[in-house]
Design a protein around this ligand. Structure first.
Ligand code: PLP
Length: 380
């Protein structure tokens, strides 16, 4: 089925009880035990941490969209990611791409390291680096493409094949692309994670995370973590994401088309030294990206020639909010060195090219020509 159709028709068009168009918000923490002589497994819903109808609708929708067996919702993207990593055990080793979301590297290198799980960060741009990092105790591979904030491309099929061959649990953060543009499970991933705070919610008004497993069996394991850690979202936030997903196609298509125009315009600006966007013909790995995703997305980054020009841009820009986050209807200009990459060491930032002149844009739904005129005055 066409992805746009699936965003609307995914088994949750109507409330089975009333025929209402859309999913109902069940504001409840618990459910009547129908047969008190039996345990919680005797009925579908028992206590909301373990299962809840509004959450279940969202979980089924994201599983359908990602082409996986089971979906799970969490209180934030980080709650989803930490719960997925809760599948690992002390003594396990993880290989992660060095340019995954800063928060993911932070929990691996801090909390999970303390729990006896070691992580090796690699440049996933070359799949051979993953093969070279595999140890006897390696259990998982953690990827994200395009990367944050430099939009580096990882060849998912090649890296996931290495993971499969070595028996690793493969996890892909698909926040930037969403299932509308890229479906990592179809390329071999075991688990896909999302910050639904971003494009899926789409309106900068909710924090929520999602995870989808390739198999039922892996889903059952993740459900135990979800129910035990209890990092679940509330029904209102679940409903907001269900609602947001319905308009994902029109938002992303428009944002992506504006991002392409803006990236091409930035390339010609005299105060801009570099532009990073998978839709540009010179972008490294563009062919690989085109082979695994149906569009370049709405995230782009660029570097000004001087730090002063970058700082002035955030000060003078009118139509972009100088803020963290992305994927909303409003354009957001983030500063990676003081936001998403605050936990990255200065040496690593230098090595990766995450400089003080780097500006990350999440393009919103404003008119592209208005954004270009505004960016032009802010860069002057
Ligand atoms: C924001 C983000 C996260 C973390 O999600 P939260 O909802 O903020 O907890 C994880 N991965 C990516 C790529 C993100 O952009």
């Amino acid at each position: 089925m066409n992805k746009g159709t699936e965003l609307i028709h995914n088994g949750h068009e109507t409330d089975p009880l009333t025929g209402a168009l859309g999913v109902t918000i069940y504001q409840t923490s618990t459910f009547l035990r129908k047969d008190i002589s039996k345990g919680p497994g005797s009925q579908e819903f028992d206590y909301s941490r373990g299962g809840h109808p509004t959450r279940q609708a969202l979980e089924e929708i994201i599983a359908t969209l990602e082409g996986g067996a089971k979906g799970y919702a969490f209180g934030s993207g980080m709650a989803a990611i930490s719960s997925v990593l809760g599948l690992l055990s002390a003594g396990d080793h993880v290989i992660a791409a060095e340019e995954v979301y800063g928060g993911s590297i932070f929990i691996l290198n801090n909390f999970y390291k303390r729990m006896g799980i070691e992580t090796t960060l690699v440049d996933s741009g070359n799949p051979a680096n993953i093969r070279a990092a595999i140890r006897p105790n390696t259990r998982a591979l953690y990827l994200e493409t395009p990367s944050n904030p430099l939009l580096k491309i990882t060849d998912l099929a090649a890296c996931l094949a290495i993971a499969r061959e070595a028996g690793l649990l493969s996890i892909v953060d698909n926040t930037f692309m969403t299932p509308y543009l890229q479906q990592p499970i179809k390329l071999g991933a075991d688990i896909v994670v999302h910050s639904a705070t971003k494009f899926l919610g789409g309106h900068s008004d909710v924090v929520l995370g999602l995870a989808v497993t390739r198999t039922e069996e892996l889903g059952e394991k993740l459900h135990v973590v979800q129910n035990s850690f209890g990092a679940i979202p509330g029904p209102w936030d679940e409903w907001l994401v269900i609602r947001g997903i319905k308009t994902l196609k029109v938002r992303l298509e428009t944002q992506q088309s504006s991002a392409q125009q803006i990236a091409e315009w930035l390339l010609t600006h005299k105060n801009v030294s570099n532009v990073y966007y998978p839709g540009l013909s010179g972008h490294p790995g563009r062919e690989i990206h085109q082979g695994q995703a149906s569009g370049p997305g709405a995230m782009l980054s660029f570097k000004t020639k001087t730090v002063e020009q970058a700082l002035r841009f955030y000060e003078k820009v009118q139509l972009a909010a100088a803020a963290p986050s992305l994927g909303g209807v409003e354009t957001i200009a983030s500063r990676p060195v003081t936001m998403s990459n605050i936990a990255t060491s200065a040496a690593d930032r230098e090595r990766l090219g995450i400089t003080d002149t780097l500006i990350r844009l999440a393009i919103g739904l404003e008119g592209a020509e208005d954004l270009i005129a505004d960016f032009d005055q802010a860069l002057a």
